[in-house]
Ligand binder design. Structure first.
Ligand code: CTP
Length: 404
């Protein structure tokens, strides 16, 4: 979680330097505090004033004229930071860091600190492929630096290949991961998310308002905390989170099959998907024409996926969701018991700040022992972390998750 985290962002002189502006905006929006160090070359690509305005703080460019509140910038910034990020990182910065050369404020600061550090390389594809650069990257990884893979695509020099700065959401995700405890390492987490669509004909379907945001946040949070994550997603318009495996499905039956193929290996199953309870009994191959009339739609029940897992006495932890409009806790408790879940996350469509499309949620967690925990309104990613925290306490009671 980036809220209140202190990030020192190093910017080096590559054409992707302008993207550091967007990264800074993203970090500030997520509630982080950002301090910026720019190399001399970086200031040729983007101005310190831009970075100062966006970061809402001083920008450091010179080893020998420290700005504002810090006396010895390279020491003070090292003390200030929870993490360091260099984006973009040129071949030159990577080479200097790998060789122990500290000849400007950025390299000096990076070498005089021991915080988690993320390096985001961006350079020409041939430069990136250069064996010396590759050796330097290997060396940095060996010494504990997190070095991102560059993205592939069109480069500033009009060629196409590896060497692009990864997209900003991907860098943000890597920073979240860098700052998260790895307390889910070794866990195999299966998350379902989003709605399902139950077709009536090639252009029409039955669905619900689920956006997938809560499920995607849970998948991302578990991945940040070191779990191996499989996400089974209904149709969503969200950017896919960084997880180990994503399976896109459309219907409840497809989701059922995808879950059944994989649930046995999972040590934690989180069913955040809003599965359609019914599907049209027959699906027309052709578009149903208005002038033919439609007397009604006959429906067939879909399998209850979480209940099917509950019935199989799965040894891992099973977490379900309940989204209600009335009698929230009574319905949630009934579902917890009837579907044999270990824990249910109840949220009400009537609550301000909760709901399908919102970025926040207001949930009550109820576990099998009857223990109840109401969380305040918070972002879905914060909610996801709190749900995982609660899973950890359940795990302690239940014994090691995944014992078979
Ligand atoms: N669920 C499921 N398969 C279904 C329906 C629901 O796995 N066919 C799961 C959901 O992913 C969620 C939990 O069951 O974790 C509760 O979903 P909900 O739709 O609230 O439950 P229903 O039993 O369908 O109850 P309702 O009468 O409120 O629709």
């Amino acid at each position: 979680m980036l809220k209140d985290k202190k990030i020192v962002l190093g910017i080096t002189g590559g054409i992707a330097a302008y993207k550091a502006a967007e990264l800074t905006r993203g970090l500030i929006k997520a509630g982080a505090q950002v301090r910026v160090i720019m190399t001399k070359s970086a200031t040729k690509f983007i101005t310190p004033l831009t970075m100062q305005t966006l970061s809402q703080g001083p920008v450091y460019t010179d080893m020998f004229s420290p700005a504002g509140e810090f006396d010895m910038a390279h020491i003070s910034l090292a003390d200030f930071a929870d993490a360091f990020v260099v984006a973009p990182a040129t071949g030159n910065l990577i080479g200097k860091l790998a060789s122990g050369i500290a000849d400007d404020l950025l390299t000096t600061t990076l070498m005089a600190q021991d915080r988690p550090t993320l390096i985001c390389p961006a350079m020409n594809d041939k430069m990136l492929a250069n064996p010396i650069v590759q050796d330097n990257i290997k060396k940095l990884r060996h010494h504990g630096y997190e070095v991102m893979e560059s993205a592939t695509g069109e480069l500033a020099c009009k060629t196409s290949g590896a060497g692009r700065l990864p997209d900003i959401p991907v860098i943000m995700d890597a920073i979240e991961s860098l700052l998260s405890p790895k307390d889910f390492a070794g866990e195999q987490v299966l998350v379902t998310a989003g709605p399902t669509q139950e077709p009536l004909d090639p252009v029409r379907y039955i669905t619900n308002l689920s956006s997938g945001k809560m499920g995607y946040a849970l998948a991302a949070a578990a991945h940040h905390r070191g779990a191996r994550v499989t996400l089974i997603s209904g149709p969503c318009t969200l950017a896919a989170p960084q997880v180990d495996e994503i399976i896109f499905v459309r219907t409840a039956l497809q989701m059922y099959e995808a879950v059944m193929e994989r649930y046995a290996k999972a040590t934690l199953i989180i069913k955040a998907a809003a599965v359609a309870d019914y599907r049209p009994k027959s699906v027309s191959d052709e578009k149903i024409k208005k002038n033919k009339g439609l007397a009604g739609i006959s429906l067939a029940p879909n399998p209850d996926i979480i209940a099917a897992i509950g019935a199989k006495k799965h040894k891992g932890i099973v977490v379900g969701f309940a989204m209600e409009t009335q009698d929230l806790l009574a319905h949630a408790r009934r579902k917890l018991t009837q579907k044999n879940m270990d824990m249910i996350v109840a949220n009400s469509l009537r609550e301000e700040g909760a709901g399908f499309q919102t970025d926040t949620n207001v949930v009550t967690i109820i576990d099998k022992s009857g223990k109840m925990l109401r969380l305040d309104k918070m972002t879905k990613i914060e909610t996801a972390h709190r749900i995982l925290d609660h899973v950890k306490t359940l795990k302690k009671k239940k014994g090691p998750v995944g014992k078979k």
